[in-house]
Design a protein around this ligand. Structure first.
Ligand code: FES
Length: 292
């Protein structure tokens, strides 16, 4: 079936390369404002193990939609005005989380993301204008501007859906691993063949794996595709080698515990699949809990 015209335009937007100069400027500015500390991880959603942005947009969208509905209810102007203000204030952390995620995406995702953000910023400004008009006593004009703002935000939301579902921004790119691995213990490699304290790429069937043999002889095995955007962890670097080493992804610098696969630093929010290991007769065997 042929894709409907407006949605074909969405597909085209992914490849509009003339946006890239502007994207580079905005990305530099966003990274400069956000920095690289704990606040950045909070805005990504690392402490929750889930992206913060989709959660944070619920309140402004709900408040604004309710405000527009109340505009057709006689005598509800004050409630509508209050909901507009709640939406505007709560949109600020949602935007901060969105820009933080956007700054660590692929170019195709950033092109769609930039237009998504432009629509949502425009919608927010329109809601602010609507609030000002109402405060000045122009209720009807304020309601009309709110309706236009909601339409603009809806366009932004559609682009956000395209980003999440078509372009997999914010998705867990290691989700398929447990479904591709058979349950139970399976041989991986001879222990003697694994280099010591060096990231090693191996595979179990179609699943690429990252193997780390410590100086003490323990072996850690993670899925090799980064959960953020599928970067190759074996091309990364090991941080804080010692009792609790982690691997840093070469693409956007997410860090994962080599022992547990847990996220130590974003932008990733989902852990890497971490295999249990044992050595039987000189052969390293691995088992993924909840596989199959
Ligand atoms: S792919 Fe982005 S941090 Fe790994």
């Amino acid at each position: 079936m042929r894709t409907l015209l407006p949605f074909r335009a969405l597909n085209t937007l992914e490849n509009v390369e003339y946006l890239d100069g502007l994207i580079a400027l905005v990305q530099r500015a966003a990274r400069g404002v956000i920095g690289r500390g704990a606040a950045k991880d909070v805005l990504h959603g690392v402490p929750m193990g889930h992206p913060l942005h989709p959660l944070a947009v619920q309140l402004p969208i709900g408040a604004w939609t309710s405000a527009v509905v109340l505009d057709i209810v006689p005598g509800a102007q004050r409630s509508s005005e209050a909901l507009l203000a709640i939406g505007i204030v709560s949109a600020l952390p949602a935007m901060a989380a969105g820009w933080t995620d956007w700054a660590e995406l692929h170019p195709q995702q950033q092109r769609v993301g930039l237009v998504h953000a432009a629509a949502n910023v425009s919608g927010t400004l329109l809601f602010a204008m609507s609030w000002v008009l109402r405060r000045q006593g122009h209720q009807s004009r304020g309601a009309a501007v709110s309706a236009a703002a909601l339409a603009t935000i809806t366009l932004g939301g559609t682009l956000g859906g395209h980003l999440a579902y078509r372009l997999a921004a914010g998705a867990n790119h290691a989700e398929e691993v447990p479904h591709l691995v058979a349950p139970g213990w399976q041989g991986l490699a001879k222990l003697a063949d694994l280099p010591v304290e060096k990231l090693e790429k191996r595979a179990l069937g179609d699943v690429p794996l990252l193997v780390w043999r410590s100086a003490s002889g323990s072996v850690s095995v993670l899925s090799n595709k980064c959960s953020h955007l599928a970067g190759p962890l074996d091309e990364g670097v090991v941080m804080s080698p010692g009792p609790n080493p982690c691997v840093e992804c070469p693409w956007h610098h997410s860090r994962f515990s080599l022992a547990t696969g847990e996220v130590v630093q974003g932008p990733a929010t989902s852990p890497q699949a971490a295999f249990k290991t044992r050595v039987v007769g000189g052969v390293v065997e691995i088992c993924l809990p909840h596989a199959g």
